[in-house]
Structure formats: structure tokens, C-alpha cells
Design a protein around this ligand. Structure first.
Ligand SMILES: Nc1nc2c(c(=O)[nH]1)N=C([C@H](O)[C@H](O)COP(=O)(O)OP(=O)(O)OP(=O)(O)O)CN2
Length: 358
């Protein structure tokens, strides 16, 4: 199985800015501040870190060091127009290193908005919207809990490329407004086109309504609950299910005296990505509930366990563990296309099967 492994790190910084390109009446044209989060992910050359398995820590330290001059500063002293996208561009320049593969950089100015410079260097902006809705899934087997009328605080993330030049948060808000009118405090089953309102159907329903006016739309992501959802990119559906693993480990390849060599532990955030053709009757790729159930034996083997004592996991750094989970998980869940594993918020590894990864 051919896989790709990326390491990921995140760091936050507090900074003030004012955006001169906003209309004078726009609040962002005034001096204001944010608690920003910056994220980076990339492939890493084998000898870049101080020891095999030390990549996540070193990447996080590198990101934090690059961000230090921005922390508790006014960003306009560093960048002429410190928009989220321009901060991401600046970060890409600062982090450039031949030992790091193509960099994907995200800058979130709040948890509702941010910019993403993808690994190909394209810039995207995204906004998160929340709607409170009821639904039931009419085609599930009798007794399935989702066949009953129930509800969620849904979230949708709309992401569009900047290549047509005119995409900003206000444009996304204006395009989203009529959908919010339809979806918020509504029963989704009663909306035309959403008779079977799975996360997958909702993501493509939103895509179809936004894309004609927003040709650079790159992704619609729907969170049905905090731990599951679906993403549509105009062609492929991908779903995910999140869980946490509370596990102990020691990294035997860390140098003598290093904290990583001592017995320690993490509450890992594990995200399972699944990719499969849409089941036309159920309107989903794989049932989130089935994902949880089929993954459960592996979950039990990892959760509240000393990872380094598991056969085959003697090197249980986060990337090795994510690779192991992907390989083992595909035995019971062949639709498993990728695994994200974070040892702390935003810091960890992402492993994906190359074929079929949308
Ligand atoms: N692929 C999909 N599977 C399921 C969908 C869906 O839209 N696409 N929807 C449902 C239900 O609507 C349900 O509300 C969500 O399912 P579930 O993962 O069981 O959600 P929970 O957050 O309740 O799960 P816990 O991990 O137990 O908290 C079902 N499947």
C-alpha cells in the first residue's frame, strides 16, 4: 500500500492589525486584535529532526520561533496589509526549507474564518456557519437512531480559492445568507432537494447552490456533530469520524535524557477519513455508526494502553502510530483512506492512502 505521511504543527499568537483594503466603514479597517492560530503541514526529510520521531516537536518549535516576532505586536509593522492570506504567504516564505516538502499553511484569525495556502501555493479563504436544524434519515434500517426525528447544531465550512480575485469573507457571507435563511431553525427533510438529509447530501446541496455564483468554490464541509461530518469538493465525498485515545508511550529512539524517552502520555485526537462511492439509497458513503463499530477492536487495543508494548508499535511516535492505524484499520474498514493523529491541538501526523484520496 502506497501512503503519504505529512507532519503537522500549530501555534497561536496574539496580535493587532488594521486592514487598509477594507471599506472605511468596515470594522476591520479600525485597529483591532485577534488570537490567531497558524497551522503548517508538510512532508519532512528523514534526518531533519533531532531523532526519528522528533519531527512533530521540531516543526512546532520552528513554527513558534517564526511567529514569535508577531506575538503581542501590531502586524502592520511587519506586513503592509496583514490579511489572513498575506500572513499565510509570509509564513510560507519564513518556513521555506529544502528538508520540508511543499508547505500547506493555514492562518485562522478566529474559529469562524481563516485562509489556507495549499501545498500547490494556491490561496483559499473559508468561513464557518452554524445552523440549528432538525432531520431524520428516511432510508435507514428500522431501529437505526437516525431514522427518528432528531436535530443537530450543524456547522458548514465554505472554502473558496482566491484565484478569481474577489473572494473575501464578506462575499462568502453574502452568498451564504439565503442558505442560512433556509437551513436555520428548519426541518431539513422539508427543504427541496434535502428529502434524505445526510451530511453527504447536505454538503453537495450547499455546493450546488453556491458554486454557480462562486466558481472558485473548493470545498464544502459539513459537521453533523462535533465528531463526524462530510466534505464535498464538486466530485468526491469524504467523511470522517473523530475519537480520542488516551494512551501512554515512550519513544525508544529519542536520545538518552530526553523527555520523550521517559514514560509519558497523550490524549490523542484521531480522525478516520473514509472515501467510497455514494450509496444512492442511503445517501451516504459509510454509516458513521458502522465506522465506529468496525474500528472498535482497534480502538480498544490502543485506548488506555501503553502503546510501546503493542507488537509492531515499538516505534510509536505519532507518524509511525498513524501509519500503523491506517494499515491495521483497512483490514476491517477497506474504505479507510486516511488517518489524522494529533498528540496535542494541531500537532501530529496525517497519513493517507495515495489511491482514491479525494
Ligand atoms: N455517512 C453518514 N453516516 C451517518 C449519517 C450521515 O449523515 N452520513 N447520519 C447519521 C445520523 O444522522 C446521526 O445523527 C449521526 O451519527 P453518529 O456518528 O452515530 O453521531 P453521534 O455524534 O451521535 O455519535 P457518537 O460518537 O456516539 O457520539 C448516522 N450516520
Amino acid at each position: 500500500m502506497n501512503t503519504t505521511t505529512l507532519h503537522a504543527a500549530a501555534a497561536s499568537f496574539e496580535a493587532a492589525r488594521q486592514l487598509g483594503q477594507c471599506a472605511p466603514a468596515h470594522p476591520a479597517s479600525r485597529l483591532h486584535g485577534h488570537g490567531f492560530t497558524a497551522r503548517v503541514q508538510c512532508a519532512i526529510a528523514p534526518d531533519w529532526a533531532d531523532f526519528p520521531g522528533g519531527e512533530v516537536d521540531k516543526l512546532q518549535q520552528r513554527l513558534a520561533a517564526v511567529l514569535a516576532p508577531l506575538d503581542y505586536r501590531c502586524l502592520n509593522e511587519h506586513l503592509a496589509e496583514p490579511s489572513d492570506g498575506n500572513i499565510a504567504r509570509w509564513l510560507a516564505q519564513q518556513l521555506a526549507d529544502p528538508a520540508l516538502g511543499a508547505l500547506e499553511i493555514g492562518v485562522d484569525s478566529t474559529d469562524r474564518q481563516g485562509a489556507l495556502r495549499d501545498a500547490a501555493g494556491r490561496m483559499h479563504v473559508w468561513r464557518r456557519y452554524v445552523f440549528q436544524s432538525a432531520h431524520r434519515l428516511p432510508n435507514v434500517p428500522a431501529g437505526h437512531k437516525c431514522g427518528r426525528m432528531h436535530g443537530h447544531g450543524f456547522e458548514a465550512i465554505v472554502q473558496a480559492g482566491e484565484e478569481d480575485g474577489a473572494v473575501d469573507y464578506e462575499r462568502l457571507d453574502a452568498l451564504w445568507a439565503p442558505l442560512q435563511q433556509q437551513l436555520h431553525y428548519a426541518c431539513l427533510n422539508e427543504i427541496e432537494g434535502l428529502q434524505n438529509p445526510t451530511s453527504e447530501m447536505l454538503s453537495s446541496w450547499i455546493w450546488q447552490r453556491l458554486q454557480p455564483a462562486l466558481p472558485s468554490l473548493s470545498q464544502v464541509t459539513v459537521f453533523e456533530t462535533a465528531s463526524c461530518g462530510a466534505r464535498f469538493d464538486g466530485t468526491h465525498y469524504r467523511i470522517w469520524k473523530d475519537m480520542t485515545l488516551d494512551s501512554a508511550r515512550r519513544l525508544r529512539r529519542a536520545p538518552e535524557g530526553s523527555a520523550h524517552r521517559r514514560l509519558h502520555g497523550h490524549t490523542y485526537t484521531l480522525r478516520l477519513h473514509l472515501s467510497a462511492p455514494l450509496d444512492q439509497v442511503m445517501g451516504w458513503t459509510v454509516d458513521f455508526g458502522d465506522v465506529k463499530q468496525l474500528f472498535n477492536p482497534l480502538f480498544q487495543a490502543l485506548d488506555h494502553q501503553p502503546l510501546h508494548e503493542i507488537g509492531g508499535l515499538e516505534d510509536c511516535d505519532t507518524a509511525s502510530l498513524a501509519q500503523w492505524i491506517l494499515a491495521q484499520g483497512r483490514a476491517g474498514l477497506p474504505q479507510l483512506a486516511g488517518v489524522d493523529l494529533f498528540e496535542t491541538r494541531g500537532c501530529g501526523a496525517r497519513v493517507a492512502v495515495q489511491e482514491g484520496w479525494a
